[in-house]
Design a binder for this molecule. Structure first.
Ligand SMILES: Cc1cc2nc3c(=O)[nH]c(=O)nc-3n(C[C@H](O)[C@H](O)[C@H](O)COP(=O)(O)OP(=O)(O)OC[C@H]3O[C@@H](n4cnc5c(N)ncnc54)[C@H](O)[C@@H]3O)c2cc1C
Length: 435
C-alpha cells in the first residue's frame, strides 16, 4: 500500500513483487550453500540509453529509493540512476546509521516518523535484511537550557504520537550503566530525552536492498557515470551530459547531497547550501555492553555499539566549509576526550579507523525537496548530517511528486521557495549533533 500520509502504514510498493526479489528465501540460502552456483548479480549492467523518462543523479539512498518507489508505486520504470563512483560511495555508505524521529518541529517530526515506519517494514518490502535495531536513543542534557529544549521536543513528539519523554539521571543510569552520572564531572548529566523507537541500521544493506529492488523493477543503475552538464531549454530541463554520452530526459532529479550545489548550478538553480565534512570513527570490537544510542550536544559527541561489537563515534561537522574527506587528528582527539568524559571506563579501547563524508547544510537544518524554477528539474538535497534516516520517506514522496505533478503534503514545508518567503523549518535544536 502506498501512502504519503503520516499513518503508521508501510509502503511495500504496489504489492506485486518481481520474481527476482523473491530470490532470498531460507530455502534458497540452504540450496545455494550446498551448490557451487554463484549467486545471481543483485543489480545488472545495462547499456546507457540515449533517453529515459526520469534521470536521477546520485546513487545514494535517496536516489535509489526515489527510483524504487517510482517503479514500485507508480509503474514508472524507464528510469536511470547515475553515479559518478559506485552506489553508496557518498554519505549513504559513510554515515553512522542512526534512525529516529524525535525532532523539534511538527513538520520535521511528521516527516521523519513516516520514514521510521517505512524502515520498520523495509526488510520485508525489499526482501533484504537491513538489520534495523530499535534499541532506543538518548539525548543527554547537561544544563537547564538543554533540558528545556528537550521538554519542548518531547511535547511536540507526543502530539505527533512519537514515543519520546524526558527522563532523570537515575533512569539514564539504568539504561546505560557505563555513563558517568555523578555530580563531579565537568558537565553533569541532568536528564535526557529518551526515544525508544530510535536505533541503528546497516546502511550498506539499505543501499543494496533498494538497488536490488529498483533493478528488479526495471530501473537502470549506471555506476561510474558522472554528470558533467544539464541541458535546459526555455526554462525546461531536457537532459544531462555525462562522461559516457548525453541522455535526453524530461525529468532530472538532483540527489547528490554533498555535491548538490555543483549539480544545481549546472541547471542554473541557486541553493542556500554550504558543504562541510563530517567525520566519524570506530573502535575495535568488544562484547556488547551498550544497547542504546547516546548523544551529547554539549560535548559534541555521540556513540553507539554495532552488532559486531565496535563502538561508533561521531560529532558535529568540521568547522570549515570544504570538499575534503580527509580525517583529522583534531577530530580523533576531540571525540576520544569527550567520549571519555561520558564513559571513563572506555579509556583502554583502541580506535580502529576514522573516515569522513560531505554534508550539504541549509540555514535551517532542514532539507530542500521538490520542484525548482526550472521545469522538470527536481531537488532532494540539503540532507546535512541527518539524511540517511529520511531515505525511504523522501524516495516515496519524491516519486509521488514526479508521478503526479503534485507536491505531497508531507514534503510541502521543505520547498526551495521557503527561503525566499522566510518560512524556515528550524531544526537546529534537534539536528546539530544528534544526526
Ligand atoms: C560521518 C557521517 C555520519 C552521518 N551519520 C548519519 C546518521 O547517523 N543518521 C542520518 O540520518 N544521517 C547521517 N549522515 C548523513 C547521511 O549520510 C546523508 O545525509 C545521506 O546519506 C545522504 O544520502 P543521499 O542519497 O542524498 O546522498 P549520498 O549518499 O551522498 O549520494 C550522493 C551520490 O551522488 C554522487 N554524485 C555526486 N556528484 C555526481 C555527479 N556529478 N554525477 C553523478 N553522480 C554524482 C556521489 O558519487 C554519491 O554517491 C551522516 C553523514 C556522515 C558523512
Amino acid at each position: 500500500m502506498s501512502s504519503s500520509s503520516n499513518g503508521r502504514t508501510a509502503s511495500g510498493g504496489n504489492g506485486r513483487r518481481p520474481d527476482r526479489l523473491r530470490d532470498y528465501s531460507a530455502w534458497r540460502l540452504f540450496r545455494q550453500g550446498l551448490s557451487n552456483d554463484e549467486w545471481p548479480r543483485a543489480w545488472h549492467h545495462h547499456d546507457l540509453r540515449s533517453s529515459y523518462d526520469v534521470v536521477i543523479i546520485g546513487g545514494g539512498v535517496h536516489g535509489l529509493a526515489t527510483a524504487y518507489y517510482l517503479a514500485a508505486n507508480h509503474g514508472i520504470r524507464n528510469v536511470a540512476v547515475l553515479d559518478k563512483a559506485y552506489i553508496g560511495s557518498g554519505g549513504s555508505g559513510r554515515n553512522t546509521a542512526i534512525l529516529r524521529s524525535n525532532y523539534l518541529t511538527p513538520e520535521g517530526v511528521r516527516f521523519y516518523d513516516r520514514s521510521v515506519t517505512l524502515y520498520e517494514h523495509l526488510a520485508a518490502d525489499l526482501n533484504f535484511n537491513v538489520m534495523f535495531s530499535q534499541r532506543g536513543h538518548l539525548t543527554l542534557a547537561h544544563n537547564d537550557s538543554s533540558l528545556r529544549t528537550m521538554r519542548w521536543r518531547a511535547e511536540v513528539n507526543k502530539v505527533q504520537k512519537v514515543d519520546s519523554e524526558v527522563i532523570g539521571p537515575d533512569k539514564v543510569s539504568e539504561l546505560v550503566p557505563y555513563l558517568d552520572t555523578s555530580a563531579q564531572t565537568r558537565y553533569p548529566i541532568l536528564g535526557a530525552l529518551y526515544h525508544p523507537p530510535g536505533g541503528i541500521i546497516r546502511h550498506d544493506a539499505v543501499v543494496w536492498g533498494y538497488a536490488r529492488a529498483a533493478d528488479a523493477h526495471g530501473v537502470h543503475i549506471h555506476q561510474k557515470t558522472e554528470v558533467l552538464g544539464i541541458d535546459v531549454d526555455g526554462g525546461r530541463v531536457s537532459g544531462v551530459r555525462t562522461n559516457r554520452g548525453s541522455i535526453s530526459a524530461p525529468i532530472v532529479v538532483n540527489c547528490t547531497a554533498g555535491w548538490s550545489t555543483l549539480i544545481s548550478d549546472m541547471a542554473g538553480v541557486d541553493m542556500p547550501v554550504q558543504t562541510f565534512p563530517l567525520q566519524a570513527a570506530v573502535t575495535e570490537p568488544v562484547k556488547p555492553f551498550l544497547d542504546t544510542v547516546v548523544v551529547s550536544g554539549t560535548l559534541h559527541v555521540y556513540c553507539s555499539q554495532t552488532d559486531r561489537g565496535e563502538l561508533v563515534f561521531g560529532a558535529s561537522v568540521d568547522p570549515f566549509a570544504s570538499y575534503s574527506i580527509r580525517g583529522s587528528l583534531e577530530f580523533t582527539e576531540g571525540v576520544a576526550g569527550h567520549v571519555l568524559e561520558l564513559m571513563p571506563a572506555l579509556s583502554k579501547m583502541r580506535l580502529l579507523r576514522q573516515w569522513a563524508g560531505l554534508c550539504d547544510m541549509t540555514p535551517d537544518y532542514s532539507p530542500i525537496m521538490g520542484p525548482t524554477p526550472v521545469e522538470g528539474f527536481y531537488v532532494d538535497v540539503g540532507w546535512g548530517t541527518y539524511g540517511f534516516k529520511a531515505g525511504p520517506v523522501s524516495g516515496e514522496a519524491m516519486a509521488e511528486n514526479i508521478a503526479t505533478g503534485r507536491v505531497p503534503e508531507i514534503i510541502a514545508p521543505f520547498g526551495l521557495d521557503r527561503f525566499a518567503d522566510g518560512r524556515l523549518v528550524g531544526e537546529k535544536g534537534a539536528a546539530a549533533v544528534g544526526h
